[in-house]
Each structure stands twice: as C-alpha cells, then as structure tokens.
Design a protein around this ligand. Structure first.
Ligand code: C5P
Length: 228
C-alpha cells in the first residue's frame, strides 16, 4: 500500500512475550513470537510514522529503522512503556505480557530435592500495563490492546474481547484466536477489531502484514474522528 496517512505520527508498539525469571537459568514464558507486533511496527513505518518498538524476547528479526527498546520482563516492559507512551499518537500493546511472575528469584540455580516428587512455585501478579494506560487520561492517544484467546466459540470469543476492551479502557481491542497451531508462530492471522461501543469495527485475515494494515486503517480513522 502507498498510504502515508501516519506521516509524522509517533507510534509505540510492544511486541513479543515477556520472560519472568525463576533463577539464573530458567524463566516462565509464553509462545508469542512477536510477528504480529513487528508487522504493525513495519506497517506504521511504511505509512510514515516514527515508530518505537518495545521488543520483548523476539523470535524473529527486528525491523530496521525504528527506535528499539529491548526488554525481557513485564516490569521492564512497563518501565519502557512509561518512558515512551506519554504523548504518543498511537500505542499498540501487541506483546504477550505475563500476568504473574515468581514471587522471588533464586540467586542460584534451583536444585531438585531427591526426596520430592514435585515443586510448588509461588507467583505474584504483574501490573496490567494496558489497563494502567487505559485508566489514566490519554486524550490524543489511540490505545490498542490485543486479546489472544483459545475460545473456539465465535460468540464467546467476541464477548471476551468486548469485556476485555471495557476492563482495560482501550480504544480498540484486537481479538485473535490462539492455540497449539494457530496464532503465535504462524505467518498468517485472523482477527476481529472491537471499537469503543463494543461493535465490530473490522475483521481481517491474511498475512500478519495485511492484518497490521487493516488494524492501522481503523486506528487512522479513530484518530481522525477524535481530532474532529
Ligand atoms: O488480560 P490479557 O493478558 O488477555 O490482556 C491482553 C492485553 O493486555 C494485551 O494487549 C497485552 O499486551 C496487555 N497486557 C498488559 N499487561 C499485562 C497483561 C496484559 O498490558 N500484565
């Protein structure tokens, strides 16, 4: 596409998945590859935006030409967001952020106890970064969240997305189904974008780059509506 409709806009995208350390050699992570977030960063750049990519453990190459902040844990991601989100025109939270982290990180490698047949980990809640942005004043910033759900029933998937948009105070929420074989590592994606009033603003499927452009189409029309 040859659109330059994000010329001069500042776009922040988080991509990838956080890793929460247990000890020096282990972490709790997730299967997010970062592909959809990177596609959004690339699409926004192609449309003229100045892009900051907050990259959490990407499994694919970083795009060229954007400002990249590498983070690993949810708390690091939160810190990076706090630095770059204020004043941004668009913030897209595509990263899969761990809801919990180990309550303590062991200084040395955790050893198995020969007499034990199991181990219980204590986890504490991570801050919800998107909700933090959504519940603070953010006039002039279009806030986009993602919901990756394993729900197979379409109506229930949409209901989850609507509830999540509301709970997080996001302007737009992109719902996509994930599972063992769909969503994360794939080069294709299928999404539904839910808008302010809970309505479906658009549906898109195809390559992650084409899905990225479809999401940005909605973002651009939101930004235009908000400004007028
Ligand atoms: O609650 P759930 O993890 O499904 O919400 C997904 C959305 O919220 C994504 O946009 C993700 O980046 C964001 N999120 C966040 N902080 C968390 C958990 C999720 O910003 N601790």
């Amino acid at each position: 596409a040859n659109r330059r409709d994000l010329e001069g806009r500042r776009v922040v995208v988080s991509a990838g998945g956080t890793r929460e350390p247990l000890d020096p050699v282990r972490f709790l992570g997730n299967r997010s590859s970062g592909k959809q977030g990177i596609a959004i960063a690339e699409a926004a750049q192609a449309r003229g935006a100045q892009v900051t990519l907050i990259a959490a453990n990407l499994e694919v190459d970083e795009p060229e030409g954007c400002d990249i902040r590498r983070v690993s844990t949810a708390l690091e991601l939160q810190h990076a967001v706090a630095e770059v989100a204020p004043g941004a025109d668009v913030v897209v939270m595509a990263a899969a952020v761990a809801d919990y982290r180990p309550a303590s990180v062991s200084e040395s490698k955790i050893k198995k106890d020969q007499s034990d047949d199991g181990l219980t980990l204590e986890l504490v809640r991570n801050p919800d970064i998107l909700a933090g942005l959504g519940h603070a004043p953010h006039a002039g910033t279009v806030l986009v969240g993602f919901a990756a759900e394993t729900e197979s029933d379409d109506a229930r998937l949409l209901a989850l997305g609507r509830a999540k948009r509301e709970a997080k105070g996001a302007d737009l929420l992109v719902v996509n189904r994930v599972g063992w074989n769909e969503g994360f590592a794939s080069d294709e994606n299928e999404v539904v974008v839910i808008g302010d009033d809970g309505t479906i603003v658009t549906r898109a499927h195809g390559t992650k780059l084409s899905v990225a452009h479809a999401i940005l189409d909605v973002v651009v029309s939101e930004a235009t509506t908000a400004a007028s």
